[in-house]
Design a protein around this ligand. Structure first.
Ligand code: HPA
Length: 226
């Protein structure tokens, strides 16, 4: 599991060395299953544009992971209520400066017809239903951040997808490159910029995240046992 902001499962932390650097992860058990939990932002809480995405996926693969569940927070560019969940079916990338491939030297063109693993997506959807969550499919748009978008940017990005976040790419592509079954479950923490007259404060967004983290854990526990 790659855990985003506000989401943790505990476990004994250990350091994992990768060709892309060292990171912290925790091997733990969730519902009788062996799980490696990797906090995306690390101990230093790196901002989204500085996260070492290659090290995250490499560590997962090297530790023997076959399936990866990633949690991401998003703003809604459509109708999704705050606190609801979105399971991306596809993505559009608007990032600018992130290393986004393991294949720097060879021309390897990984197929992205199904960027997110249908099997893990199905388990997450069933888990969300079991937990009584409001959940939908959607297209994930990834921006560079770390600032939020302007209303004009959101009017443009709305043409491309349903939710906007800063951490879903290049994770999804790197997972495909390593042939990991990867899917994401996104928590809607706010309406995207300009989608609501009164914008949400950072404190409001944090409160929403804490509430959603509990729900997300239930969903993932249910999904793991499917
Ligand atoms: N934009 C980008 N990333 C986000 C947002 C947003 O509105 N909310 C949570 N992550």
């Amino acid at each position: 599991m790659i855990g985003g902001t506000g989401f943790e499962v505990g476990g004994e932390p250990s350091l994992i060395d990768t060709p892309y650097g060292r990171l912290m992860a925790a091997a733990t058990e969730l519902c009788g299953r062996e799980v490696l939990f990797i906090p995306r932002h690390g101990e230093a809480h790196l901002p989204p544009h500085r996260v070492n995405y290659r090290a995250l996926l490499w560590a997962a693969r090297a530790s023997g992971a076959v399936r990866v569940v990633s949690t991401n927070t998003v703003g809604s560019m459509a109708w999704h209520p705050v606190g609801s969940l979105v399971i991306p079916t596809d993505f559009v990338d608007f990032t600018k400066s992130r290393p986004s491939t393991f294949f720097e030297e060879e021309a390897v063109h990984v197929d992205l017809t199904a960027p997110y693993c249908p099997e893990v997506r199905r388990a997450l959807a069933a888990g969300a239903e079991a937990a009584g969550a409001l959940v939908s499919d959607g297209i994930y748009v990834c921006t560079e951040g770390p600032h939020l978008e302007s209303p004009a940017q959101i009017r443009m990005l709305r043409q491309f997808g349903d939710v906007v976040g800063m951490t879903g790419y290049p994770e999804v592509v790197l997972a495909r490159e390593l042939e990991l079954c990867y899917a994401s479950i996104c928590i809607v923490t706010n309406p995207a910029a300009g989608m609501r007259k009164d914008s949400m404060s950072a404190a409001e967004i944090r409160t929403e995240m804490a509430i959603s983290a509990r729900l997300l854990r239930e969903v993932i526990e249910a999904a793991i046992t499917m």
